[in-house]
Ligand binder design. Structure first.
Ligand code: NAI
Length: 293
């Protein structure tokens, strides 16, 4: 397999821009595409600001910051992915939409291009089944915020060629991340082992055993997690994490450990989805997290 020099990123939201950031910082050329041209423009602007701040803090030279930005090209059509050696998908968490995208990508890229999905909860095997060459497809599950969360799950679907996962793992190391290989099971590792903390935390709150803030404080200070479940749900945002909870629950045939809670259903419907909305389990004002009255 030729050395990866150009990576395509489809989906310029929170995850896509993070993947673009670490790839460009590692010297890769990045083609960033989104059905929304505004999302691509916003992602490039956010990357510019990120690199400017890193340069101000002395973590990157001004020249390196400029060079990194120059390596991120805005793609205006999927066909702009044609010269990529890897395309990483970070679009909406829906199997039908991801399958359509992967099938369309196969018509654009070369035969040996790797197609990777950043899905949190969907089956890699099911996504790959939309492709003529499912062996080129694997999972590449980064965490939010990508630049700071240095682990990535590399997931082998039932038909993934092992060397595809090997190449993604090697690429992750080039980007300063630690790859962890997982099998294609619902939630892979983190959203399988870690999801229980969210669902149990929600049950503790639902049974009025303790408040959201109390649960978070205990999990942080006593159990040693960097964030409690409600802080984490606010960071991820319920529009992203609620469908993941539902999907994992269904895929494990209604396993009670993974059952979502009406607490998140109601909050999602009401727009109290997390930090990005200014309000979730906490209220965010002037960059500060506050416990609602
Ligand atoms: P987001 O909502 O911030 O961004 C998704 C972007 O995809 C949007 O800009 C949207 O316009 C674009 N998009 C939707 N359909 C498209 C299509 N067919 N073609 C091209 N662009 C399309 O979502 P986020 O948070 O970046 O998540 C993306 C993926 O990453 C999801 O699969 C999610 O489950 C996964 N993920 C999210 C994490 C998180 O904490 N936010 C963590 C790990 C994985």
């Amino acid at each position: 397999m030729t050395e990866i020099q150009t990576i395509g990123v489809v989906g310029a939201g929170a995850m896509g821009r993070g993947i673009a950031q670490i790839a460009a910082q590692a010297g890769l050329r990045v083609r960033l595409y989104d059905t929304s041209a505004e999302a691509v423009a916003a992602a490039r602007e956010s990357l510019r600001q990120t690199w400017e701040k890193l340069a101000q803090k002395g973590k990157l030279s001004a020249a390196d910051a400029q060079a990194a930005l120059a390596r991120v090209e805005s793609a205006t059509a999927l066909t702009d992915m044609s010269n990529c050696q890897v395309v990483v998908e970070a679009i909406v968490e829906r199997l039908d939409v991801k399958r359509d995208l992967f099938a369309a990508l196969e018509g654009v890229v070369s035969e040996d291009c790797i197609l990777a999905s950043n899905t949190s909860s969907l089956s890699i095997t099911a996504i790959a089944a939309a492709c003529k060459h499912p062996q080129r497809v694997a999972g590449y599950h980064f965490f939010n915020p990508v630049a700071l969360m240095k682990v990535v799950e590399v997931i082998d679907g039932l038909r993934s060629a092992p060397e595809v996962g090997d190449a993604l793992a090697e690429l992750a190391r080039r980007m300063g991340h630690t790859p962890v290989r997982a099998k294609d099971m619902p939630g892979f590792i983190v959203n399988h082992a870690g999801r229980g903390m969210n669902t149990e935390g929600l049950r503790v709150a639902q049974e009025a055993v303790a408040t959201f803030a109390q649960v978070d404080a205990v999990m942080r200070e006593q159990a040693g997690f960097r964030m409690g479940p409600f802080e984490l749900l606010d960071l991820t945002a319920l529009d992203v994490s609620h469908p993941v909870m539902e999907s994992i629950y269904r895929q494990f045939f209604d396993e009670p450990r993974f059952r979502p809670s009406p607490i998140t259903t109601v909050r999602l419907a009401g727009g109290l989805i997390g930090r990005k909305a200014g309000e979730g389990f906490y209220v965010y004002a002037d960059g500060q997290k506050q416990v609602p009255a």
